[in-house]
Design a protein around this ligand. Structure first.
Ligand SMILES: [Fe+2]
Ligand SMILES: [Fe+2]
Length: 142
């Protein structure tokens, strides 16, 4: 679903998905160009703390509760957050971790945009959408 079909109050989060896909593209390019995986992994960890962790936080605190903690799609999304977090914080094999991050983050974002967010948008109340937007504003610092 393109961002324009997204409810206005969910668009800031969909924009972050777009930034996440760009980040995946940058990793792919860095690996193809043969850049130092250790340095690239440090850059990825920075991206994780600055952008991804707050994004996961908003999703888990405000977006996913719309469907409830026992929803299967929500369970899948949360377990993917955990797996991605382990990949970002791993220090085992930077090249392999980056390659997994790139694939798993892209798949996670596409799952949220194509499957999870349309479901959430279909059932969310206006109050729930406003809460998501408010929380996003607070964490984004504006
Ligand atoms: Fe997510
Ligand atoms: Fe997301």
């Amino acid at each position: 679903m393109p961002p324009l079909e997204r409810h206005a109050l969910l668009r800031p989060i969909s924009r972050e998905h777009h930034e996440g896909l760009l980040f995946c593209w940058q990793i792919r390019k860095a690996l193809t160009d043969g850049l130092d995986p250790k340095v690239q992994h440090r850059i990825a960890v920075e991206f994780y703390h600055r952008h991804l962790l707050p994004h996961f936080g908003i999703e888990e605190e405000a977006v996913f509760p719309v469907l409830g903690a026992h929803d299967q799609l929500v369970e899948q999304a949360i377990s993917e957050h955990r797996r991605l977090t382990r990949r970002f914080l791993s220090t085992q094999d930077p090249a392999r971790d980056l390659s997994c991050i790139e694939k798993e983050l892209e798949a996670h974002i596409r799952f949220e945009e194509r499957v999870l967010f349309p479901r959430i948008q279909a059932v969310a109340t206006e109050e729930q959408l406003e809460r998501i937007d408010r929380m996003h504003g607070l964490l984004a610092g504006h």
